[in-house]
Design a protein around this ligand. Structure first.
Ligand code: NAD
Length: 361
């Protein structure tokens, strides 16, 4: 049966950057024998405008029928003041939860051509290749009770709950150990077990699961130390396994080591191998509609989609090589442009990747 890919462009720069990934998909379908059925849907602010909710039922039905979802980004100032349950970001959390996307893979890879764009000196980041495996559907972002309440003395109090079950910890630990097995074989599990009981259990369960993976080296690190080590000697890490909240923060930190937020893809996986793929950046309303957004994170997200959900490993490798080639050719969008490179727009960058891809058959 032909596999389906659902495309959700979203808001802000979402439609522009997703259009570039669609050019790559169109090329792979027409010229490289990729057999997939494409469909489109609404998520985020555009869905609020069209249907009144950020995740319409129709989108969720289509997503559940698909092997993979390719997402641009959601949100923007237009929807910041509306009721909290209707905000675009709630649609994103809801689709991740409804699809059971518990395993978030966020690579922090530095293309050697962009070494100068890193916030660290080149010697600390050259050939940097870290994979952050973040738990995505549990922890404090989903724990109940949560809210803002008024106390007896009239003061307001905000509260959230950090909760992790053994099963939730075990399944994300297994993702991390499997990923490490295909890389350098090292997992660093990041927690705050000295203060938070939920992550004391996290450490216990991860240690237990590690016994099933005798070839993988496991280390534990407190999150405050991990943040420091990521800036001090980032190349010490291979796979970082961590909770939803810690992963959110550490993966953004790691992204800056690679130079630009516009270069980094992500995958969010369910237990059946289906997944949602999106750049790590947001909808960048400040540059939307100007043909300046960097589409490479979205194109690299498509590469992850082909690798993990469609198991088209060669096509995935070729997309990464094509991206590397356009960088070697000196093409840069504005966010990664420097004096000795050629500044191109979003659309031209997409065309250049397709051209580079066509020379790699
Ligand atoms: P952002 O990632 O959208 O932008 C941060 C900065 O990076 C901006 O200066 C932007 O111009 C730049 N940038 C981002 N992507 C770029 C690209 N591809 N090329 C060039 N420059 C790029 O973060 P923000 O400004 O904090 O958030 C804007 C909106 O996006 C908010 O509504 C936020 O809630 C939403 N958001 C959505 C997601 C998502 O859809 N997964 C993630 C983060 C933020």
């Amino acid at each position: 049966m032909t596999k389906k890919i659902l495309i959700l462009p979203g808001d802000g720069i979402g439609p522009e950057i997703v259009a570039q990934a669609e050019k790559v998909l169109a090329y792979l379908i027409a010229e490289r024998g990729l057999k997939v059925e494409l469909d489109h849907g609404l998520l985020g602010g555009c869905a609020v405008d069209a249907t009144g909710v950020p995740l319409p039922d129709e989108t969720l039905v289509k997503a559940k029928e698909s092997a993979a979802v390719l997402l641009g980004a959601v949100g923007g100032p237009k929807w910041e003041a509306i009721d909290r349950p209707l905000r675009p970001e709630r649609g994103l959390l809801a689709i991740r939860s409804a699809l059971g996307l518990f395993g978030n893979l966020r690579p922090a890879v530095l293309f050697p051509q962009l070494a100068a764009a890193s916030s660290l000196k080149e010697e600390y980041v050259s050939n940097l290749d870290i994979m952050i495996v973040r738990e995505l559907t549990g922890g404090i972002y989903f724990g109940e009770p949560r809210g803002i309440r008024t106390l007896d003395d009239g003061q307001r109090e905000g509260f959230n709950t950090l909760v992790y079950s053994e099963n939730e910890i075990e399944r994300i630990a297994r993702v991390a150990f499997d990923v490490a097995g295909k890389r350098q074989g090292r997992v660093c599990s990041v927690d705050k077990a000295n203060v938070l009981e939920a992550t004391e259990l996290w450490r216990e369960v991860v240690t237990e699961i590690a016994k099933d993976y005798p070839d993988i080296e496991l280390e534990h690190m407190y999150v405050d130390n991990a943040a420091m080590q990521l800036v001090r000697t980032p190349k010490q890490f291979d796979v970082i396994l961590t909770t939803n909240l810690f992963g959110d923060v550490l993966s953004d930190l790691a992204s800056m080591l690679t130079g630009s937020i516009g270069m980094l893809p992500s995958a969010s996986l369910a237990s059946d191998g289906s997944g949602m793929y999106e750049p790590i950046h947001g909808s960048a309303p400040d540059i939307a509609g100007q043909d300046v957004a960097n589409p490479l994170a979205t194109i690299l997200s498509l590469s992850m989609l082909l690798r993990y959900s469609l198991v088209e490993v060669q096509l995935a490798d070729h997309i990464e090589q094509a991206v590397s080639q356009v960088l070697t050719d000196g093409l840069r969008t504005k966010d990664i442009h420097s004096v000795d490179t050629q500044c191109v727009g979003t659309d031209a960058m997409g065309d250049a990747v397709v051209k580079a891809l066509s020379s790699l058959s």
